[in-house]
Design a protein around this ligand. Sequence first.
Ligand code: FAD
Length: 493
Amino acid sequence: MRADTMTNDVLPTNHLLALSTDEFIAGFDAVASKFDSATFPQQILPPDSWALLVRAGVRLPTLPKQYGGRDSSVEMCRIVETASEWNVALGVYVIVNTALALLPVVKWAGEEAKQEMLPLFAGGDPLMAGLAATEPGAGSALSVMTTTFEECEGGYRIRGRKHWQALSSSADWWLVLAKNAHRNEYGYFIVRRSEGFRTVEMYEALGLKLLDYGVNDIDVTVPRHRRIDAEETGLNSVDVFLASRALLAAAGAGFLRRISREAHAYAEGRQIGRKSQSRIGFVKYRLAAIDTSSTICEALSHYLQTTVDFKSDLAPAFPAVQALKTVATERMISAAQHYQQLTGAEGYRCGSPTNIAGQAFLDTRVFSIFDGNNDMLSQQLTAHCLTRRSGRPLSGFLADWPLTAPAVAALQEDLGFLDQRLGQAQQVLAGRAIAYLIAVAHVLKWAEETAADPARVRPAIEFLRNDIVGVAAEFRLLATGILDAYGPKSRVS
Ligand SMILES: Cc1cc2nc3c(=O)[nH]c(=O)nc-3n(C[C@H](O)[C@H](O)[C@H](O)COP(=O)(O)OP(=O)(O)OC[C@H]3O[C@@H](n4cnc5c(N)ncnc54)[C@H](O)[C@@H]3O)c2cc1C
């Protein structure tokens, strides 16, 4: 069906288009509640289940209005936040289908490719889409990929092997990243599974089991219009990942709201000896760590919803997104660990009737690894700042930079430790400190704009301050020469 011949009358999701945002999200919430991670099986999501979410409009905020969508960045965030509160793996499922695979087509594909693909995704058909970039020999450094494309009569031939794709054996449509077989040039290609995308081996992941993963062999020929011309559109491989990375902050807000609620309820209900677990001092500290993580992710998600338009060029948001992803995912992982500790052996039990801590731990662990590993993203954040500081010391740049200036002013911490020649290890650590400063600025802004309870704001700021102080301590540790035994490469960039 072509978009220009399509009327909204024929779409089974048509009735959702007139709803207000709150009504739309409430309807989605009612459907997402069926996927509660306390009871929903830890297995690949059946197509019927995805169909329920599709009919509830899960893809509509990503799609433009002319293709039967609701076209809303705010709703993209709220859908992910809602899904993740019920089941964080479901939140990832939604992010992959929408921000990672569909959004690049919406933003960068030509009209012919859009008309071929997008109307199919506006209806009730539970089609799925994924993005294939990672290869067995090329993960963090995609530049060494061996999947290639070559021009052929009428289009392009793409050949290679990818692995670890979310929805490997389920997705019908793929966005495949390949390198020109003859020169240093990259291209994204829209590929249908039936055209020659074969899943040759399945992987069993430790967590996020609603999604399937594996090894995918690709040998396809696609027509010319299916290429998203990276160079013409100014698109680079980093831009494609920015929306999905940023949405992990929304996932964090939903997921941590639940973890905070459940950790408190668990601690209230658990007797340790003759007293409630919640009355133990260090248990209170762990609960505070969970609560502040929840507050921080709420502030980051607020920033996303009030400032970021996923449909516009996200390249200027690059440093902010690196910080959102690294801070939010770190918070999810650490809160899941605190929660699991509080639940004792019950938190180490598959399918425990008292808590979801074990699953929360396994589901979140990968967040610092995929969608750009956090260490690399931290290094990139530092590099971004170093190239813009115009001869100033890094601490001076951060005091002026709009993303960090409010935090530097509020914290009054000595950031002089950043003003030295930074080797690779120090660049990773510096990137963490910069991301914490960006997070402090977001918490301050969120507090001001929402009149948030100071009893939530202050601890969040103090925990982030402590993280920065921790980075300074790690700088001192490196200065003792602990890496000397690992050879010169570990000390220089
Ligand atoms: C659950 C899951 C879902 C995924 N979904 C998809 C998907 O949908 N599509 C897709 O194409 N891929 C997907 N991936 C692959 C994922 O993006 C890669 O695993 C990721 O990019 C890391 O690549 P790698 O595993 O090869 O690790 P490597 O590149 O080998 O890196 C391993 C580690 O080396 C260290 N390291 C690397 N670079 C640096 C640096 N600059 N500084 C400091 N340390 C560094 C880090 O500790 C890093 O974690 C998924 C993976 C998982 C586990």
